[in-house]
Design a protein around this ligand. Structure first.
Ligand SMILES: Cc1cc2nc3c(=O)[nH]c(=O)nc-3n(C[C@H](O)[C@H](O)[C@H](O)COP(=O)(O)OP(=O)(O)OC[C@H]3O[C@@H](n4cnc5c(N)ncnc54)[C@H](O)[C@@H]3O)c2cc1C
Length: 109
C-alpha cells in the first residue's frame, strides 16, 4: 500500500528506478508498521483544517461567517477553517480567508 509513496518520497526513485533503499526499509515492514511510522514522523508546513467550516453534525466547527458553533462572540479566521487541506501552497488562500473574515466582521459590527 505504501510502496509507491516511499519509493518517491523517502527513497527518491529516478528514471533508473530505486537506487538505494534506506530506513524504514519498505521490504521489511508490514503495512501496519509503515502506517505507524508515517503517523509518528510525517510533518508538513501547511497544517490546516482543525476547525473546519461546516455543519456540526458533519464535524464542522465554524459557520460560513466564521462563528464557532454553540459560542457567542467567538470567530476563527485562519488556516484552520478550511474544510479540506488546500492543494499545494496555502498562504494565498489564508490571505483570501483573512480578507473575507475582515469584511464579514466589519459588516456585522
Ligand atoms: C517553515 C514554513 C514554511 C512555509 N512555507 C510556505 C510557503 O512557501 N508557501 C505557503 O503558501 N505557505 C507556507 N507555509 C504555510 C503558511 O505559512 C501557513 O499556512 C500560514 O501562515 C497559516 O496562517 P495562519 O494565519 O493560520 O497562522 P499563522 O501565520 O501562524 O498566524 C498565527 C498568528 O497568531 C499569533 N498568535 C499565536 N498565539 C497568539 C496569542 N495567544 N495571542 C496573540 N497572537 C497569537 C502568532 O504570533 C501568529 O502571528 C509555511 C509554513 C512554515 C512553518
Amino acid at each position: 500500500m505504501f510502496e509507491d509513496t516511499f519509493d518517491y518520497v523517502v527513497v527518491g526513485s529516478g528514471a533508473g528506478g530505486v537506487q538505494e533503499e534506506f530506513e524504514p526499509r519498505v521490504g521489511g515492514l508490514s503495512d501496519e508498521a509503515l502506517a505507524e511510522f508515517v503517523r509518528a514522523n510525517a510533518w508538513g508546513h501547511h497544517a490546516s483544517s482543525t476547525c473546519p467550516i461546516g455543519q456540526p453534525d458533519h464535524g464542522g466547527v465554524v459557520d460560513s461567517n466564521f462563528r464557532v458553533h454553540g459560542c457567542q462572540g467567538l470567530r476563527v479566521v485562519d488556516a484552520s477553517i478550511f474544510p479540506r487541506i488546500p492543494g499545494l501552497f496555502i498562504a494565498s488562500a489564508v490571505y483570501m480567508i483573512g480578507e473575507k473574515g475582515a469584511e464579514t466582521i466589519l459588516r456585522a459590527a
